[in-house]
Design a binder for this molecule. Structure first.
Ligand SMILES: Cc1ncc(C[n+]2csc(CCOP(=O)(O)OP(=O)(O)O)c2C)c(N)n1
Ligand code: SF4
Length: 319
């Protein structure tokens, strides 16, 4: 598990990088998936071997005979983008050992993308297997907290109180009943050399983490908050504003975990804003502002405060 200090690309290098996610796509205007993917791919000049699980990203960027991907790219099942990339990585290693590569010194970066449905739920056992076997790859979860592509069903990433099509809010329900699964803790528990949470509004933080991930030997997990204009119900032009509300309220804290233990908080808002502001900006939480369900907003705040306290203690304790 070798960690190499990453050389951070600056904005100028970044803006002049060859685009490998380009042209048109059918993602909704304002979809954060495309911003994240572009930032991930631009973070390296190395060759790329990519996979995408079924979901908005795959469906909207590879409508035969068109493609937005100017790199080696595969879509296989909803559940196993991770194993496709792990297979390519293993094959590359084997061919190198046999001396059958034309440019053995040029090892590509292996990256799999999946939504939270593909990651937290349906593809989880494949991802876990890849991490247990220690493949040299990066897995990026585009976490929009819902199965967006099939109509907005709840996933185990959907936060409590959100209205989703299979957990709708109404007179007898405040929407999703369970707390979001802590995928960061789960992936870190695999002993992965690098696990990090990123958000597209914090561009520098994100690129630094992606570059650290690319410079790390072994499996890397990135959980990327991906605001979804359609299912979170906000105006397409507000994607970055909503992302700002998420990171400034600490609903979506930015941190990394090295070798399964060392936790570093990478962004501390100067003025932490109330969780209420984040919830109030999205239609999926609209019902929480009714008399009947308002108590949940305080519960939300307490949960976010407790998690922040926990992260700070973990960071301080270095365990
Ligand atoms: C094994 C399997 N089950 C269900 C589906 C149907 N399906 C296609 S995309 C999708 C939802 C994808 O959700 P997510 O992974 O969260 O990505 P998003 O679309 O939100 O980006 C589902 C359920 C499928 N293709 N394969
Ligand atoms: S439904 Fe959401 S995740 Fe899917 S393309 Fe639209 S904004 Fe993006």
């Amino acid at each position: 598990m070798t960690q190499i200090k990453a050389k951070t690309k600056n904005l100028k290098n970044f803006s002049t990088s060859t685009e490998r996610f380009e042209g048109s796509n059918l993602l909704c205007p304002g979809c954060a998936h495309s911003i994240i993917v572009r930032e991930v791919l631009n973070a390296t000049d190395d060759n790329l071997i990519l996979a995408a699980s079924t979901g908005c990203l795959e469906v909207c960027t590879a409508v035969y005979p068109h493609t937005s991907w100017d790199a080696s790219w595969i879509h296989i099942g909803f559940e196993n983008g991770s194993s496709a990339v792990a297979g390519a990585e293993a094959m590359h290693k084997a061919l190198k050992k046999k001396g059958r590569l034309k440019q053995p010194e040029r090892t590509p970066k292996f990256v799999a993308f999946g939504g939270d449905g593909a990651t937290y739920d349906i593809g989880f056992q494949w991802i876990s297997g890849c991490f247990e076997r220690g493949h040299d790859m990066m897995y990026v979860c585009l976490d929009n907290e819902v199965y967006a592509n099939t109509g907005g069903q709840r996933s185990s990433s959907t936060p409590i109180g959100a209205s989703a099509t299979t957990s709708p809010a109404g007179r007898t329900s405040y929407g999703e009943k369970r707390n979001k699964k802590d995928i960061m803790a789960i992936m870190a528990a695999h002993g992965a050399p690098y696990v990090a949470q990123v958000a597209p509004n914090k561009w520098k933080d994100m690129v630094k983490k992606i570059q650290t991930g690319f410079a790390t030997e072994g499996p890397v997990f990135i959980n990327a908050m991906s605001a979804c204009t359609t299912e979170w119900k906000f105006a397409p032009e507000d994607t970055i504003a909503i992302s700002d509300l998420a990171t400034e309220s600490l609903v979506f804290p930015l941190y990394e975990i090295i070798d399964g233990t060392e936790l570093n908080i990478t962004y501390r808002p100067k003025n932490v804003i109330p969780v209420r502001d984040y919830l109030g900006a999205q239609g999926r939480f609209k019902h929480l502002f009714s008399k009947q369900y308002e108590y949940l907003i305080d519960e939300w705040q307490s949960r976010v405060d407790a998690k922040w306290e926990y992260l700070q203690r973990r960071e301080e304790a270095r365990v």
